[in-house]
Ligand binder design. Structure first.
Ligand code: NAP
Length: 490
């Protein structure tokens, strides 16, 4: 049974902004073209939005550059208050924002609400950071003169975001950029632009001046962003998305040495030692695997469990995943929505087929669900062959492969045998082991006896091919500031 009415769905879609947002104005694409937005749970079209052109993207950068000087000179307290009002408006409108997100992205309404709260937390956190940007003053070690360092906004930014967390991946960038005094062009994923337009509308209502935040949507991401990389006015690019696209963008950014932040793919290991609290490990495994239908860069991608407890762990995880209701995100009690599109669903199905072909046993799931919508059943696989593709590839779906290890060295080697290094999860009750393993894992983040690490007050980011730069925490704003050193002869 639906927990929202068809009239509610119609209202949020009808009233959602659908045009490009440039210089504080909503406008159609310069080509007049539009882009269809699909409901992944029904495959029906929800609406269409403007399909921007390279000329529109340049107009957005023009607007960002026109606004840059005034915005950099706006008192930090004013920037902070605008962010604070945005945070409040997001929470006041959380129900409608969540419904819009569920319609375009598919996740259950409860998860969309949780994302709005999480996304708004970045705005609140950076409203608090805006007034805490400072520098340093020190004596030259040789005693002659003084050394002054100051922090200044880095300048106009290009922010590119994915579809899996349509609002939070935006606020992690927009919050610190606004706080630092930067202006920006945002390019959301083509599947989920409505959430980003809604955010731009809220921030404008909260008092953000025209031109500070500009939003461009397009079905041709590469073509619309390319001229921006060639433009000497662009000073910063922050990207969240897949590693292959991240590498491509790095090449483009290298032409003008544009400063980059890269939040890329993951392949998170979830290690369960024989001394772990198994109840807690299973409970947290469900969160680490199933949050966002598994479509998360920090999703547990592979479970490595000590051989003495692996069967028990797999059986308990199977029981939990088997009872998770699959369906449209607007339906009562649904915990697993559709995947974002047909190609993502086929990729997940292909990885499961590969693992099964190499000997994996299907404990539950293992198949598509229904004829309409991109649903895939929550799946647990055991007896995983070491050469199964899903141990190497980011699954991005509700599939949990359970592999085994014999000892600690074995577990660490398995966890680190990937080009990715975003996050790992470790379950043990032995404090010495906890620290040994934490220090040995090549990751930017680690959940110790926890299946969720995301927090606006903490630095989110990876190492190796999961990228560089940090979002959130005191580190987050540094990505949008440049340091100027002044040698003083007093
Ligand atoms: P994606 O295909 O890399 O796309 C991400 C964004 O880049 C979208 O806005 C996309 O636009 C745009 N894009 C694609 N090609 C481009 C090009 N040539 N030039 C400029 N922009 C381009 O990734 P996705 O499938 O949306 O997202 C899933 C990936 O994101 C996963 O790998 C996941 O791990 C990663 N992710 C990482 C983090 C993190 O913090 N580390 C967080 C969330 C997700 P279009 O939509 O038009 O293609």
């Amino acid at each position: 049974m639906a927990i929202v009415t068809a009239a509610d769905e119609k209202r949020v879609i009808d009233t959602a902004p659908k045009q490009l947002f440039i210089g504080g104005q909503w406008r159609e694409s310069s080509s007049g073209a539009t882009l269809d937005i699909e409901d992944p749970s029904t495959e029906d079209s929800l609406c269409s939005v403007a399909d921007g052109t390279p000329a529109d993207a340049v107009a957005a950068l023009d607007a960002a550059c026109d606004a840059a000087e005034d915005w950099a000179a706006t008192p930090p307290r004013d920037r902070s208050e605008i962010l604070r009002r945005s945070f409040e408006l997001m929470n006041e409108r959380a129900d409608d924002l969540a419904l819009l997100m569920t319609l375009e992205m598919g996740k259950p309404l409860s998860e969309s609400r949780a994302e709005i709260v999480y996304a708004a937390e970045f705005i609140r956190w950076f409203s608090e950071q805006a007034v805490r940007i400072d520098g340093r003053f020190s004596m030259n070690p040789n005693g002659s003169g003084r050394l002054l360092t100051m922090k200044q906004p880095i300048g106009p930014c290009l922010l590119i975001t994915p579809w899996n967390f349509p609002t939070a991946m935006g606020t992690r960038k927009i919050g610190p950029a606004v706080a630092a005094g930067c202006t920006m062009v945002v390019k959301p994923a083509q599947q989920t632009p409505l959430s980003m337009f809604a955010l731009a509308q809220i921030m404008t209502e909260a008092g953000l001046p025209g031109g500070v935040l500009n939003v461009i949507t397009s079905r041709k991401a590469g073509a619309v962003t390319e001229p921006l990389f060639d433009d000497p006015r662009l000073r910063k690019m922050s990207f969240t998305g897949s590693t292959p696209i991240g590498k491509k963008l790095m090449e483009q950014a290298s032409k003008r040495l544009i400063k980059c932040s890269m939040e890329l793919g993951g392949n998170a290991p979830f290690l369960v030692f024989d001394d772990a609290d198994l109840d807690a490990a299973v409970e947290q495994a469900v969160i680490a695997k199933m949050r966002n239908i598994g479509e998360s860069c920090v999703a547990a991608n592979r479970f490595h469990v000590h051989e003495s407890v692996a069967d028990e762990f797999a059986a308990r995880l199977t029981a939990k995943l088997t009872e998770m209701p699959v369906g449209r995100g607007t339906d009562d009690g649904v915990q697993v929505g559709p995947l974002i599109d047909g190609s993502q669903r086929d990729k997940v199905a292909g990885l499961v087929e590969d693992a099964v072909g190499k000997g994996a046993k299907v404990m539950t799931g293992g198949d598509r669900v229904g004829d309409k919508g991109y649903f895939y059943a929550p799946t647990v696989l055991s007896d995983i062959s070491p050469d199964a593709e899903l141990l190497r590839e980011e699954i991005f779906g509700p599939v949990a492969p359970v592999a085994t290890f014999a000892d600690e060295a074995d577990a660490i080697a398995a966890a680190n045998s990937t080009e990715f290094g975003l996050v790992a999860y470790v379950f043990t009750r032995d404090i010495k082991r906890a620290f040994r393993v934490t220090e040995a894992l090549d990751v930017g983040m680690l959940g110790l006896n926890r299946g969720l690490v995301s927090n606006a007050a903490a630095p989110f980011g990876g190492v190796k091919e999961s990228g560089f730069g940090r979002e959130g925490g005191p580190e987050g704003i540094e990505e949008y500031l440049s340091t100027k050193y002044v040698a003083l002869d007093l």
